[in-house]
Structure formats: C-alpha cells, structure tokens
Design a binder for this molecule. Structure first.
Ligand SMILES: *Cc1c(COP(=O)(O)O)cnc(C)c1O
Length: 382
C-alpha cells in the first residue's frame, strides 16, 4: 500500500471544466475567476471574495490591505505553516507568536489576553493578529475578535484548513468575527485549484485594495485616477502591488470542486468517526472537538508519548502509510531563530510538536485503507 496523509480528488467533471477553459479565449484571470469568487462569497455568505495564486499571496496582500508595515507587529500561532508568519515579514513588520491551547492546538485565548495586556502596558501592541483554524477546527473567534477590537487590531483568519467548517452558527469565511479570512486551495487542502488562495471580506475598502494589490497596484477605474483618463487604454499604478493573479484554468477547477465540498466534508467526518471509535483504547490522545465548532477536518492529529513518536512515524512510513507531522513550531525554524526566537519560547506548542502525528485523511481514502492504518497502528501498541 502507498497511502498519503492527504490527497486531492479530481473527477471527470472537474477535468471537463478545466478543458473547457483551455479551449476558451481566456487562460489567465478572467470570467472563470469571477465566477469562482462569486461562488466562494455565496458559499460563505459574505459580500466579497478575491482569488489569488496561493494562500501565501492572500495572506501577504491581506496584511498589506490591513496597513501592516515596517515598525508594526503581527502576532500569530507557532503551530502553523510558516506562511502564517512570513506574511508579516514580507510587509517589513515584526512577527511574534501566542502559544497554543493544549486541547484545541489553536492559539490560546488566555495566552493572548495576557500578552495583549502586557503589550498595552509596554506600548508594543500588534497591528494584525492571525489566528489559524488548526486542522479545520475554528479558533475561539468571538473572544479573539472582542480582545482585538478593544485595541483596534485587525484580525485575519488563516482558514487554510477550514473551508466548510463552522464556528457556532457561523460558516467559516463569513468574517462575523474578523476583518478578512484566507483560504488555501493547495492540493492537500479541502478543495483544490492546483495552487490557489482567496481572501474574503465584508469591507469594500479592503476589497478594492486587494483587487489592486493582486495585479501590480494598477487600476482602470477612472474615479480612482489622479488625473483625467487619457483614453480607453489608460491605467494607473496607485501603489506597489504584485502579480498574484489566479488563472481561469485554476479557477474552473476550484469552482468545480466547490460544488462538491459538502460531500468532501461529510466523508472526512465519517473517517474521523471511525478513527475515534477504533483508536479510543490505544494509549494515544485523539483530537478534541469543541462543541461549538464543526471542524472541516483537514487533518486528523493524534498525540503519542514523545519517546515513541519517531519510532511509530518511521514504522508507519515503512508500511506505506504516509503519516506526517503538523507543525514544526514556526519560531524554531533557523530563519526565525536568527530573528531572536528560541526553543522554550512557546512551550505548549513545542511539547505538542514532540508528540504529534497526522494520520491519513482525505476524500478518496477508502474504508479498506483506513482499516489497514488502524490495524497497523494498533499492532504497534500490542
Ligand atoms: C497551506 C497553508 C498555507 C499556505 O497555503 P498556500 O496556498 O500553499 O500558499 C498557509 N497557512 C496554513 C495554515 C496552511 O496550511
């Protein structure tokens, strides 16, 4: 067997949608991107969606739209992919972390409250906070947003794991408790466009800015121009933007996948239920599910004793089971250590890292494959 920890599911219908675009007049950002954006906004129940070429780009321009710049600070969780923090550095800002909650593995609201209080006294408050819905389970957004608003901080949800998930009665992506939400459409995520990402927001000012930043800072809107248009060819560059455009090829795939998202999520829930039932007697910690959230289940993470984690990881890999580890705490990366961070700075995230294992979970993961994973893992504890 050769089982990855995550994998896309592409069916004939997806392929047809992409082929249609290849035969059309547009390849780069065009009508299919617009359609995908409309689909995302409608799905999440929000006014605006901006599709870009990755979640990394999305985080970057979301931070720019939020006004993050040199001399300002961004806070995020150490238990994430490096992109959640790098976006702050791209803006010339400094980055710091808030340790995680030992149950949810998300940013701890208690640690955040403490850190904010201290920062308020020392005049070192952040300009932006990026909570990450780790594994698909929503952070405690109500508390985070309330705290952030008290200090006038912009909240950007990194929901790369969480499209299709819920927080209380709210769908992730509706920005009820944030200023912007970012999704990733990388192939291991819930839905894919090959590479791709999106920013969702309710704020027209952020939307206008994001639209420009993904395409060089250029506008063709005459209302925004600093002088009268020279003619139909005329455009103006108003700020320094990038080429972060998504192609219509990618958008057609993303839009096609979006129509099947409920099926994807419910299959993930089935896989979770089976893992929960079949692994409950092993000496491992199973994922904690907050009762007020519905995870999108991007990842299924378990914790084993730190002394046997590597051994179990290697043995499962040997058996063709693509386990993985999410995440190496960002602050322990050499690049971040050069910025002054040290092992020991965020002890809860570090201890979690020593014990964690991500088991395979994806739409096309069969019952038979899952039974093989469960059996192989169970035998290791015999
Ligand atoms: C995957 C991921 C990203 C980056 O997504 P890309 O689309 O690959 O740029 C950012 N944050 C988190 C939490 C992720 O899992």
């Amino acid at each position: 067997m050769n089982i990855p920890y995550g994998r896309q599911c592409i069916d004939n219908d997806d392929i047809e949608q992409v082929v249609e675009i290849l035969k059309s007049d547009w390849l780069t950002q065009g009508p299919a991107v617009e359609k995908f954006e409309e689909g995302l906004a409608k799905y999440c129940g929000i006014s605006y969606a901006v599709a870009v070429n990755s979640a990394t780009s999305a985080l970057h321009i979301a931070c720019m739209a939020a006004g993050l710049s040199e001399g300002k600070r961004l806070w995020t969780t150490p238990n994430s992919f490096v992109a959640s923090a790098n976006c702050g550095l791209y803006c010339g800002a400094s980055v710091d972390f808030v340790d995680i909650d030992n149950k949810t593995y998300n940013m701890s609201t208690a640690a955040l409250a403490d850190k904010l209080e201290r920062a308020a006294r020392e005049n070192t408050l952040p300009h932006v906070i990026i909570p990450v819905h780790f594994a698909g389970q929503a952070c405690d957004m109500k508390s985070i947003y309330q705290m952030a608003k008290r200090y006038d901080i912009v909240v950007i949800e990194d929901a790369s794991h969480a499209i299709g998930g819920w927080y209380e009665e709210e769908k992730i992506g509706n920005c009820r408790y944030s200023d912007m939400t970012v999704f990733s459409f990388h192939p291991v995520k819930i839905i894919t466009s090959g590479e791709g990402g999106a920013i969702l927001t309710q704020r027209p000012d952020f939307y206008d800015k994001l639209i420009r930043l993904r395409s060089h800072g250029i506008t063709r809107s005459t209302q925004l121009m600093t002088e009268e248009s020279h003619g139909a060819w005329y455009y103006q560059q108003l700020e320094l933007g990038y080429n972060y455009r998504m192609t219509d090829i990618q958008a057609a795939l993303g839009a096609s996948q979006l129509t099947k998202i409920e099926r994807y999520i419910s299959r993930r829930k089935e896989i979770v239920a089976k893992y929960n039932e079949c692994l409950k007697n092993l000496p491992i910690a199973l994922p904690w599910q907050n009762i007020d959230t519905q995870s999108a289940w991007h990842l299924y993470v378990v914790r084993v004793h730190e002394n046997i984690r590597k051994q179990i990881f290697d043995a499962l890999r040997q058996k063709g089971i693509g386990v993985n580890v999410h995440y190496i705490p960002i602050h322990t990366q050499p690049y971040y250590q050069r910025l002054g961070f040290r092992w020991g700075d965020f002890p809860v995230a570090e201890q979690y890292y020593r014990e964690t294992l991500s088991l395979p979970i994806y739409y096309g993961f069969s019952d038979q494959q899952q039974e093989y994973v469960i059996q192989t893992l169970s035998e290791m504890f015999r």
